[in-house]
Design a protein around this ligand. Structure first.
Ligand code: PMT
Length: 409
C-alpha cells in the first residue's frame, strides 16, 4: 500500500528565480499520490503564476494577495496541523531569516510557526548572501530547532556568480521528501540486484574498449527501489554519476568482473536487473605493455564475453524476477522481443539509443516495456527517474503475482 497516498505536503514557494523548479516538485509529488498545498509569497507570484500550481496539484494556492473571502476559510492553524511536511522550495534568504527569527507577517511564515510537522528548506540565493554570517546563523538556528536543509548546490548561478547557492535539482528534493515521509514501502524486505554503467575492456595497460553508458538509468532505478524500501545492490562499471548513498555498491571494470560479481550475488536477490551496457566482446590477449605506434595498422582479436543477464535468466528461481534492457537504434520491438525470449526475461525495457533525448548519457529515455505475455506498454519520452518509477510499479505487481503462483503450486 502506498503510504504516501494519505500524506499532505505544504509547498512553500518564495521569490527566487528557481521558483519555476517547484512546479516539477509539485507535479512529481502529486503524481505519487501526495496532497500538495501550494503556498506562495507575493514575490514568488511575480515569477510563477498561481494557476500553474493549481493546475499541477488540483489545490488552491494560498497567498496573501488572494481575495479575503477566498482566504477566510483557509485557516493557517488547520493547514499547519494537517501537514505531514512543510517543504520550502526555493527558500530565499528572506524566508530563512523570518523563520529563524519568528517573524509571522504572511501565511507561510505564520503557518511555519504554527506547525509541528517536519520542515525542509531548499535554499536558493546568491553565493555572497548564502555565505553571509547572518544567513549562516539563521540556518544554524533553524537546524538546532530540527529543521532540515537540502542543498544548496554549488555552480554558476543565474546572477552569474559561481559558488554555493543554486537550489538542488527537484529530483534530489523529492528524494529528501520521500526519506522524511517514508515513501510507500511496497518493496520493503525485497532485495534488488542490478548492473549499471559501462565496461572497460583492456587493449593494453593504457588503452581500453569502452562505451558511452553514464550509469544514470541504473542509478535512477536504484534510487526508486531504495525509496520504496528495497535493499539494493548495484554492480557498476565506470559511470559518470555517483551511486545512491544507501545502495550497496560493487565497482567493477570489465564484463568478466561484472559477471563474476553477479554470479556471487544473484541467489540472494528477489529481482535481478541488467541495466549495464555490457561489453559483448573483450580483447583476447590484452598486451602487457603499451602498443607502440607504428606505421602498420593494428589488428586486435576480440572474443565473446559472457551474457550476464542471459545466464541469470537461464538459472533463475521460479519466484525470482529477471529484467533486462534492449538498447536499439532500429527495429526496437523486434530486437527487444528476441532478447526477452532468448534471455528468458520476465520483462525487457526496450529503449532507443543514439538520440539526444534517449539512451547513453541522456537525462530522459524513450522506452517501452515488453512482457512475456506479449503485452507492450508504451511511454512518452520520460526522465529516467520517472521510467524507473513505472518499472518499480511493474516489479511490485510481478512479485505479488509470482508469490501467489508459488503458493498455489
Ligand atoms: O547508463 P545510461 O547513460 O543512463 O544509458 C542507459 C542505457 C542505454 C545503457 C540503458 O538504458 C540500457 O539500454 N542498458 C542496456 C544496454 C545493453 O547492453 O543493451 P543490449 O541490448 O546490448 O543488451 C541486452 C541486455 O542484455 C541488457 O540488459 C544488458 O545489460 C544485457 N547484457 C548484454 C550483453 C552481455 N554480455 N551481458 C548482458 O547481461
Amino acid at each position: 500500500m502506498n503510504t504516501t497516498s494519505a500524506k499532505h505536503v505544504v509547498l512553500g514557494v518564495t521569490g527566487s528565480i528557481a521558483a519555476y523548479k517547484a512546479c516539477e516538485i509539485a507535479s512529481t509529488l502529486t503524481k505519487a499520490g501526495v496532497k500538495v498545498t501550494p503556498v506562495m509569497t507575493h514575490s514568488a507570484k511575480q515569477l510563477v503564476g498561481p494557476a500553474t500550481f493549481e493546475g499541477l496539484t488540483g489545490n488552491r494556492v494560498i497567498s496573501d494577495m488572494v481575495e479575503s473571502e477566498q482566504n477566510a476559510n483557509i485557516d493557517h492553524i488547520a493547514l499547519a496541523k494537517s501537514a505531514d511536511l512543510f517543504l520550502v522550495a526555493p527558500a530565499t534568504a528572506n524566508i530563512v531569516g523570518k523563520a529563524a527569527n519568528g517573524i509571522a507577517d504572511d501565511w507561510l511564515t505564520t503557518a511555519l510557526l504554527a506547525t509541528q510537522a517536519p520542515i525542509l528548506f531548499a535554499p536558493a540565493m546568491n553565493t555572497n548572501m548564502y555565505t553571509h554570517t547572518a544567513v549562516q546563523k539563521n540556518i544554524d538556528l533553524l537546524m538546532q530547532r530540527g529543521c532540515q536543509f537540502i542543498g544548496p548546490a554549488a555552480g554558476l548561478l543565474a546572477c552569474k556568480t559561481d559558488g554555493p547557492g543554486r537550489m538542488v535539482e527537484p529530483e534530489e528534493i523529492v528524494d529528501a521528501v520521500w526519506s522524511i515521509l517514508g515513501r510507500s514501502d511496497d518493496l520493503k524486505g525485497k532485495h534488488i540486484l542490478l548492473t549499471t554503467g559501462a565496461n572497460h575492456e583492456p587493449i593494453d595497460p593504457v588503452r581500453y574498449i569502452g562505451n558511452r553508458s553514464s550509469g544514470k538509468m541504473g542509478f535512477a532505478i536504484a534510487q526508486e527501489a531504495l525509496a520504496r524500501g528495497a535493499e539494493v545492490t548495484v554492480i557498476t562499471g565506470p559511470a559518470d554519476v555517483a551511486p545512491p548513498a544507501k545502495a550497496k555498491v560493487i565497482q567493477v571494470e570489465t564484463a568478466q568482473e561484472m559477471s563474476n560479481a553477479v554470479m556471487v550475488h544473484m541467489d540472494e536477490a528477489d529481482v535481478v536487473i541488467g541495466a549495464a551496457a555490457v561489453a559483448d566482446y573483450r580483447v583476447a590477449q590484452p598486451a602487457t605493455q603499451k602498443h607502440k605506434r607504428s606505421t602498420q595498422s593494428l589488428s586486435i582479436e576480440l572474443c565473446e564475453n559472457p551474457d550476464i543477464i542471459g545466464t541469470v535468466g537461464a538459472q533463475k528461481r521460479p519466484e525470482q524476477l529477471v529484467i533486462g534492457f534492449a538498447a536499439e537504434t532500429n527495429d526496437l520491438i523486434a530486437h527487444a522481443e528476441e532478447k526477452l525470449n532468448k534471455k528468458n526475461l520476465d520483462l525487457i525495457v526496450a529503449n532507443k539509443v543514439g538520440t539526444s533525448n534517449s539512451g547513453f548519457g541522456a537525462e530522459t529515455t524513450d522506452a517501452r516495456f515488453l512482457f512475456r505475455d506479449g503485452t507492450i506498454e508504451e511511454h512518452p519520452v520520460l526522465p529516467k527517474r520517472s521510467l524507473a518509477d513505472h518499472l518499480m510499479n511493474h516489479i511490485v505487481a510481478l512479485l505479488s503475482k509470482t508469490a501467489k503462483t508459488s503458493v498455489t503450486h
